[in-house]
Design a protein. Structure first.
Length: 317
């Protein structure tokens, strides 16, 4: 599943016809039909009722369509932001970011700072912790937001120091349980591991270090593994699956819209911590330093529950 599949689905919903949607997308009807069939197979349920009159959404398809509108709407918004700030005199700042940050606070931060007066154009790349470490060591990246289990910061700090970079601790975070509207736990506020054993869990299938170990609590046969966190969140939002992920993801658009609900996880779990790896202050421009400090402050606001009640975007005003 990727954004192309979501666009295909959205067009099929819009036109209610494979042939009309395919014509609009400049692909063959058979190609569109195959893509939609593959999407349904990946999700595990039917999105459309097919008849001679055309396509109509199943109840599950209607829920999925609402979430797709949110996801593509956010993609279009961020694309427009990128167009506005892609100016010749902008400083392009590349940063590697873990999925939990990429899918929660980074998009709003970029949008918040996308002004013509801002000299920084941020280019974010989503990577796992292991990929970020490799990119830093290969000097492909100078900036990164990564994570580590609480108490395991020493090796990361030493690596940064050996590369002539600064290690900046950002925050400590807990893990929460996320469920969609189809889950019987949707209206609960807290759950235990025993409350989840009869349901399928969605878990990231790579970079098992520095992330929640679902297999510690649940049988592997009851877990679905994903390599893309956005698709994992989409699966949870449209099924009875659950996921145990950092609490920071409460800022994801699916949580903000109510498609996902966050519960407190009662089990004792080692907290996850976030860190910014960046060049030392004497090796960057004053504009870059100011921008990085704004990112640090913004991240702090995102982690503050009291400030969150007042609105994430108001905390820096």
């Amino acid at each position: 599943m990727n954004f192309t599949h979501l666009i295909y689905f959205q067009k099929a919903v819009q036109y209610g016809s494979i042939h009309k949607a395919a014509r609009e997308l400049f692909i063959t009807p058979s190609g569109l039909s195959m893509a939609l069939n593959n999407l349904e197979k990946e999700l595990g349920y039917l999105l459309f009722v097919r008849s001679k009159k055309g396509l109509s959404l199943t109840p599950e398809g209607e829920d999925f369509a609402s979430d797709v509108d949110i996801i593509l709407g956010m993609q279009n918004k961020w694309s427009e932001v990128g167009k506005r700030i892609r100016m010749p005199d902008k400083i392009a700042l590349k940063i590697a970011v873990i999925p939990a940050v990429y899918n929660s606070v980074l998009g709003p931060f970029v949008a918040e700072n996308a002004t013509l007066e801002n000299p920084i154009h941020i280019v974010a790349h989503e990577h796992t912790c292991a990929e970020i470490n490799q990119a830093l060591m290969n000097r492909q990246m100078r900036y990164a937001i990564t994570s580590f289990n609480k108490g395991d910061d020493k090796s990361l700090a030493i690596m940064a120091d050996n590369l002539g970079l600064d290690f900046v601790f950002l925050a400590e975070d807990s893990y929460s349980v996320y469920v969609g509207k189809a889950s019987p736990l949707y209206h609960e506020t807290m759950c235990h591991a025993k409350d989840l054993v009869n349901w399928t869990g969605a878990s990231m299938g790579h970079d098992s270090i520095n992330q929640f170990d679902s297999q510690r609590f649940f049988d592997q046969k009851h877990l679905l593994f994903f390599h893309n966190q956005s698709f994992l969140l989409q699966k949870v939002a449209t099924s009875t699956c659950f996921a145990i992920l950092p609490s920071l993801l409460r800022h994801n658009p699916l949580c903000k819209s109510g498609a996902l609900h966050r519960l407190t996880f009662s089990e004792a779990v080692t907290p996850v911590c976030y860190a910014l790896i960046r060049p030392t202050k004497d090796n960057i421009t004053s504009q870059e330093n100011t921008f990085m400090q704004a990112l640090i402050d913004y991240f702090s606001c995102a982690m503050d529950d009291e400030l969150e009640e007042e609105g994430l975007f108001k905390c820096l005003s």
